[in-house]
Write a protein that binds this ligand. Sequence first.
Ligand SMILES: [Zn+2]
Length: 226
Amino acid sequence: MALPRLRNLSRRATVLVTLLGATALAGTVAVMTSDTLDFVIGGALIDLGYRFQDPIHPHGHRSPSAVWAEVLSHNALAARVRDLFPRSTHHPLVALVVCMDARIDTNELVGDTRRYYYVLRLAGSVMSEREEEMLELAVDNGVEVVVLTTHSECAAERVARDPALRVRYPHLAAGVDERDARSAEFRARPNIAARLHDGTLRIEQVHIDTHSGRLVPRPTPAQAGR
Ligand SMILES: [Zn+2]
């Protein structure tokens, strides 16, 4: 007698948990604005696309000419699709300064494909005067948040740490050495300093986990001094 009663209870508990789960899901969907829902569904579909393409690996060695031909063929296909589904333009509010490491995908990093971000891909995330000026131009054109990033397993940082590699790649190593000084130089530019002071601009520093893409905040010099 005890066993059927137990089964009954277990069945009821399962139904109850399912109902609670469905109610919670319905509640979550109900409180989501349509924009949020579109954003989440779009992100999920993009993730699905990544899952489809990720396991495709070319077989054997291919010549540079063959690789280039493939780039052109993929581009032609992508451009045809884009012709069919043109996109609206959004003025970026955020600028990301990111190392050129191929494992970091900035769209995936922020779950966003709307060109909502200026992206500067630089070796070791090191800015030169040119990038500082370009970034300031972006700020003048409406950017309100600048995100300076570093990332785990950075090849440029490895070069800077290794005496033999420093000899082989002296400019890259010197660039990594001066990265923080370049960031400070950018903050000190009169226009940038004024915007930071009146609160119309934020500069954030984050460290990217290269494998998960998770952003870990690093205090900026100004925040660390508080
Ligand atoms: Zn790197």
